[in-house]
Design a protein around this ligand. Sequence first.
Ligand SMILES: [Zn+2]
Ligand SMILES: [Zn+2]
Length: 456
Amino acid sequence: MADSPEEHPTVPSTAYLDAMHRQLEGDIERVIEAAVAPTAPTAAWDLIEKCVEDLTDTLNHIVADLHAHPETAFEEYRSSALLADIIEERGFTVTRGAYGVGTAFEASWQSPDFDESKHPTVAILAEYDALPGIGHACGHNIIAAAGVGAFLALTAALQRIETVPAGRIVVLGTPAEEGHTGKEYMIRGGALDGVDCAMMVHGFGYDIASHVWLGRRSATITFEGVPAHASASPFMGRNALDAATLAYQGLGLLRQQMPPGDRLHAIIEDGGDSPNVIPRHASLNLYVRSGEVETLLDLSRRVDDIMQGAALMSGCGYRVEWDLNPMSLPVRNNEVLAQRWARTQSLRGRVALPAGVVPETLAASTDFGNISHLVPGIHPVIKVSPDDVVLHTEAFREWSISDNARTAAADAAVGLAQTAFDVLADPELLDAARAEFAAAGGAKSVEQLLSGEHQI
Ligand SMILES: [Zn+2]
Ligand SMILES: [Zn+2]
């Protein structure tokens, strides 16, 4: 590595983040002060809490084992088998390779009188993929423990409870969240057929009931030039690297004219083979992200224009391929269910912040967005690390195997199980969640959003 000062990059200033955190500290204190004392838990909620406690060793084992054996998208064979085995050991039938995805799984419980046309089905999701090179730096080991723990604790409670509410609980093992939109493949395989609402949790630096998650599309752009001797006859060439460079500059300038919160990032993956040959091929890989489907599609079209312009300026041919991995939609948080989640967390000593307190600047993307556009859903985040630690860093990876991680997995398992129980036991809750979902536009698949009236 670099050993003289000029070989080092400059160190990014933390001033902006420091100011944001100072502001947030005050905002969070005000939310905490205004929070009303939690209402007393119901007998069912108490029982669920006890059932999660009984699972402490199992949840801690999941957190530790997955963290020690990180597996990346679609390669999570060990992780998936570990979770499926744990569920099977408790008497459930597990479908491995569910919905056409090799490392997915599904198990379910239903009440004796369950009738799909009358009674609700709640899906609890568990992710378990890691990041290439850096391991569980997104804390999906915690998500797995929380999701599987919620399913096992809730079903254990339902088997001990006197009046069993009618309904079905499904646990879905959902692989390949990182960069691959694995949930969209499962949706296309039928994973949401008959499901009325879906929920999962994600580790973070804050407790937030409803956070912003941006929609995301990826594109691969290839430029085709004409090779020529770079000195003897450059005028006979068409330079594909020039096209890629112009495109990259165009993207950089476009950032000035994007709405706040939109994101655009690209790399030049291929820029020729030799300086003395005018490059025949060049390619870029990029992501666009935005908080709304319409603005995401608008940003995509502006990227298309830049690619066309770069191709024209350089005299190259070009091809833009969107969505080689399916697009991730922005998360549509269901506030009715999110508020119920917040109530579960207040009993665990956490204040799950409402939407709008933590700035949208700290937003990433998740394929849960696609789920949340088809059924009412929640994707709350739970505090695992100090607030200045960011997902996808080595620091967050270390927090994902800490005492905080184990506590978060247990608190999240309790919260998911209690919220899911209420969906079964309290028909008004699901009615209200459905009404909110309908008011937000109802069910929309990726295909509908890409081909329907939303395509401008
Ligand atoms: Zn991630
Ligand atoms: Zn993640």
